[in-house]
Design a protein around this ligand. Structure first.
Ligand code: ATP
Length: 496
């Protein structure tokens, strides 16, 4: 049970708050909460399906509707200090007779010294009738903290008499953050049934649950990731940096206890089709945490303040399900115009400010990966020291990187063989980006198949190369602009 809520609710009842609306779906948790503060009081419970039920045993006592129930119990507060617990009655709160009876009880509680009854409305849906607005206090059940999750895990482990090393408990507890007690227990049960114990591999179950949360909220997108860090050809500096941080993210609990600062995030700027998105995906895979995409366009709402509220919710959600990678693709478009003479729209400027403040103050395990092409269109505040841990620039791949990229894509398609003269291809592909090189490999393999050949030959690749123009030739002006803009900012080359 979440202690802070118990104390809060207890102090509300002492202070005669007449109606407490607990916005939560898990009635077992609510029963625990009430039991924790009931002391000498009498509890009467109404269940939408069963009518009047015994709070302790949950046995039905009298079949009745809510109106009759409230009539039966409305004067109990004169004889005993009473808690009136109403479960799932949200759909009935628009009925005038129900509102009147609730108001009758609430006013007696407030103004009659010889009467004491607190009404608890427990429901996952929040419906507050205007007439009761002043009398209702809403409580959101917070999600369990990491140490509360550890307690749930310890009880689970003791009940089943299984052995789980402390390290594993700590790591899994951290991944379970953001889920409620019910979901935590559900995952522990699933994980146990799956392998007869709990281990680090159970993280995939946790990812699935988190994906559900994200889908329901509709503000963020969880991206399935297959890409590994070894799927990136080149970018050795960036990869080395990520490998170092992997040691932290894969031992987050230990690292934080040791006093290591949790990495905040990186910005990857540079040429199109050179693997920036690929790097964002591979980062999540390397750190073994979910990849969540923040699309600022998706947050824009029709009503005043709606976009800001969506941004607040999206950032809160990312924190709740952290550790995770929060990926903002094409960040220059997301916050287009902010800080430039042209100016962004008011809403975009406010969203940018909100995001920046969150980034500045954030002390959580959300690792931001922002990707962009053109640094001149990124608001300058973003690039100041301390916002990101590092800013990387990705240029077109050098010869060694081009060789590596082709090798990766050939191997992926099982067409790598020793007889291929990749060096000749490397010479022909100056100015090609990773996506172009992948296209050459794909085209060559397709032709090889269509011609009915068993083995891919160098000339297939050379022929494909002739048909594919490099991006640096087709977008010459744009490429120069990107390169010029990058010179004005202190960026670390992603490649060695
Ligand atoms: P944009 O700026 O246009 O969004 P990007 O830099 O994000 O481009 P990606 O989407 O990551 O580029 O690259 C497109 C595809 O090209 C990748 O999915 C991958 O298959 C291939 N690719 C690009 N760069 C590399 C690389 N360095 N190593 C291996 N494959 C690469």
């Amino acid at each position: 049970m979440v202690n802070s809520v118990r104390n809060l609710v207890s102090s509300y009842t002492e202070a005669l708050y007449p109606i407490i609306y607990i916005n939560h779906f898990d009635f077992r948790v609510i029963d625990e909460l009430i039991k924790g503060i009931v002391e000498h009081r009498k509890v009467v419970e109404y269940n939408n399906g069963l009518g009047f039920v015994d709070f302790k045993t949950k046995a039905p006592m009298q079949v009745c509707d809510l109106y009759n129930f409230l009539n039966i119990v409305k004067d109990d507060g004169y004889d005993n200090e009473t808690f009136i617990l109403l479960k799932d009655v949200h759909d009935q709160l628009n009925k005038p007779e129900i509102v009147s009876l609730l108001k009758y009880i609430a006013e007696r509680n407030l103004y009659n010294e010889d009467y004491s009854a607190t009404v608890f409305i427990a429901s996952s849906k929040l419906r507050i009738p205007a007439e009761l607005e002043e009398l209702i206090t809403v409580i959101d059940m917070p999600l369990p903290s990491v140490s509360e999750i550890k307690n749930i895990m310890t009880n689970f482990i003791e009940d089943l008499k299984i052995e789980v090393p402390d390290d594993v408990v700590n790591e899994i507890a951290l991944s379970l953050k953001g889920l409620n007690e019910f979901q935590v227990e559900q995952i522990l049960n699933l994980a146990y049934q799956d392998g007869g114990s709990l281990d680090s591999d159970d993280k995939s179950l946790i990812f699935t649950q988190k994906e559900q949360l994200i889908k329901k909220a509709g503000l963020l997108e969880m991206i399935p990731v297959k890409e590994q860090i070894d799927d990136i050809g080149g970018m050795e500096n960036l990869k080395e940096w990520l490998y170092r941080k992997e040691k932290i993210f894969n031992n987050l609990d230990k690292a934080m206890k040791f006093g290591v600062d949790v990495p905040k995030g990186i910005m990857i700027v540079g040429m199109p089709g050179c693997g920036k998105s690929l790097a964002a995906k591979a980062t999540a895979k390397l750190f073994d945490i979910p990849l969540i995409r923040l699309d600022v366009g998706r947050l824009l709402g029709k009503y005043v303040g709606e976009s800001e509220e969506n941004m607040r919710k999206a950032l809160k959600l990312s924190e709740a399900i952290s550790p995770c990678v929060l990926w903002i693709d094409e960040i220059e478009k997301a916050f287009a115009g902010v800080g430039n003479s042209g100016g962004g729209s008011d809403v975009t400027t406010r969203l940018f400010g909100q995001f920046l403040t969150w980034m500045q103050e954030k002390e959580n395990t959300v690792f931001i990966v922002a990707t962009a092409n053109d640094i001149s269109r990124i608001p300058a505040e973003f690039l100041r020291k301390g916002r990101f841990d590092e800013l990387f620039f990705v240029d077109f791949p050098n010869p060694e990187e081009r060789r590596k990229i082709m090798e990766i894509h050939l191997k992926k398609r099982h067409k790598w063989n020793k007889d291929l003269n990749i060096i000749s291809l490397v010479k022909l592909t100056e100015g090609y980006n990773g996506a172009d090189l992948e296209a050459i490999v794909k085209d060559a393999i397709e032709s090889c198949f269509i011609e009915g050949k068993e083995q891919l030959e160098t000339k297939d690749l050379e022929l494909a190369q002739q048909n594919i123009k490099s991006i640096s030739s087709t977008l010459k002006g744009r490429v120069e602009e990107i390169r010029e803009a990058a010179k004005n900012v202190d960026l670390k080359p992603a490649s060695r």
